[in-house]
Design a protein around this ligand. Structure first.
Ligand SMILES: Nc1nc2c(ncn2[C@@H]2O[C@H](COP(=O)(O)OP(=O)(O)OP(=O)(O)O)[C@@H](O)[C@H]2O)c(=O)[nH]1
Length: 408
């Protein structure tokens, strides 16, 4: 049997969870309603028990037996009302089984004591015992084991008192015993069924909650997987910049927005100078590290609205919306300067990294991203041929031919 099912298994005779800790949890969960129901039921039962003093008076008059019965009823009613009050007001968080069971034993004793004081009214008292047994089982909340013990005490005690003080004949005793037994059996199975049903309902509720919890965890896990997938699909693994594909998607959107707002748009192609030498001198892993440092410096030199990506190898690309060629040149110069100031490890102390930047700027509504990339790339190679470590700008003023501006 699966562990969860075992925990929620209900005992066939006690109507309680076989697992003691589960039973305790269940009792705690119903504690507040049990306290309320218990004090109401005990108060009502005490009042009904007290009201029978009227019938005592009609049957006995103001005799010694009447006063004894009245005293007994006052004691029973007072103790039960006190217990009801204590449980209601100061029941606290701990379930005190003995306190909850106390009224059952007191009622049972009171009912048994009526027999020697009012032996003539035995038939009425038999009915009272059956009704009290039912009330024990079904009205005053207590565990089935406690109720069964108190009912047995009431039924056996009543039967003994009836034989001793009311002179019940053997055959009549047998008939009364059968009647009382019937009442107890019906009460027992009714409460057993109720206890089992309530616990099954509790188990189902808990299972549902656990399933919901698992479902939420699964959803969160899937969301995190989706996020990881998205990062893998959009980011470059080494530098964490946008990868080429994602950069192109974002840059196209920016270019379209600039064109629809009639704003200028610029694009950088950045290439690390003599990167092969870095790899050859310090090894590929140092080369990787230098690349990540340069990527970080480039990203930090830009505005939040600009988009940067790794185009491939040691080449980066930047889209700058709402940026004219003049502004783009200033940004590229600043970026180039920051790369040159990059502080590397002691081991690589001699290395002065530099970048060459090709810039293409446009304010044309016709320009497309591919042609801008191509032009920036051409400017980059102009810069490379011109000695590297420089910014070369190409602005697309329609009538003028592209006039690269070398800038060391
Ligand atoms: N460590 C490292 N090296 C890379 C990576 N991608 C490309 N490279 C290396 O970068 C070097 C690029 O060399 P070249 O294209 O000759 O360019 P360069 O040496 O930078 O010279 P110029 O661009 O002309 O200044 C090659 O040796 C590539 O192997 C990378 O992710 N990590």
């Amino acid at each position: 049997m699966p562990l969860q099912k075992q925990q929620y298994q209900v005992h066939g005779l006690t109507g309680q969870f076989c697992d003691a800790s589960r039973e305790l949890m269940y009792r705690r969960s119903i504690q507040e309603s049990v306290r309320r129901e218990f004090s109401l039921a005990v108060s009502v039962a005490a009042c009904v028990f007290g009201m029978f003093a009227i019938s005592d008076y009609y049957l006995l008059g103001l005799t010694r037996e009447f006063y004894l019965l009245l005293t007994m009823r006052i004691v029973v009613v007072s103790i039960c009302l006190l217990v009801a009050l204590v449980v209601r007001r100061w029941g606290g968080n701990d379930y005190r089984a003995w306190l909850h069971a106390l009224p059952l034993w007191i009622f049972a004793t009171g009912i048994i004591l009526i027999v020697p004081l009012r032996p003539e009214s035995l038939p009425t008292q038999i009915t009272a015992v059956v009704v009290a047994t039912m009330a024990f089982y079904l009205l005053i909340p207590n565990p089935l084991t406690v109720v069964t013990a108190a009912s047995l005490y009431l039924n056996i005690g009543f039967l003994v008192a009836a034989v001793l003080f009311a002179g019940l004949a053997p055959i009549a005793t047998l008939l009364v015993a059968l009647l009382l037994l019937m009442g107890s059996v019906v009460g027992f199975f009714a409460l057993l069924r109720l206890e089992c049903l309530q616990r099954k309902q509790y188990a189902m509720l808990h299972e549902e909650r656990e399933q919901n919890h698992l479902l939420h965890k699964e959803i969160a896990h899937r969301k995190s997987l989706e996020e990881q997938l998205r990062v893998v699909a959009e980011r470059d693994a080494l530098t964490s910049l946008n990868n080429r594909g994602h950069f192109i998607t974002l840059a196209k959107e920016l270019l379209q927005r600039s064109q629809s707002h009639k704003e200028p748009f610029s694009l950088f192609m950045i290439d690390v100078d003599h990167f092969k030498r870095i790899n050859d001198t310090w090894g590929h892993s140092h080369g990787d590290w230098v690349l990540t440092q340069i990527a970080e410096v480039c990203a930090e030199s830009l505005r939040p609205t600009d988009v940067i990506g790794r185009f491939g190898g040691e080449e980066f690309v930047v889209a700058l919306p709402d940026t004219s060629s003049g502004d783009a040149q200033l940004v590229a110069e600043r970026l180039k300067k920051k790369v040159a100031e990059l502080s590397l490890t002691e081991e690589m102390g001699k290395l002065r990294p530099s970048v060459t930047v090709g810039v293409a700027a446009t304010d044309s509504e016709e320009a497309d991203l591919e042609s801008l990339i191509k032009r920036a790339d051409e400017m980059l190679y102009v810069g490379k041929r011109g000695g590297r470590n420089q910014v070369v700008v190409c602005s697309d003023v329609v009538e003028a031919p592209a006039s690269p501006v070398g800038n060391k």
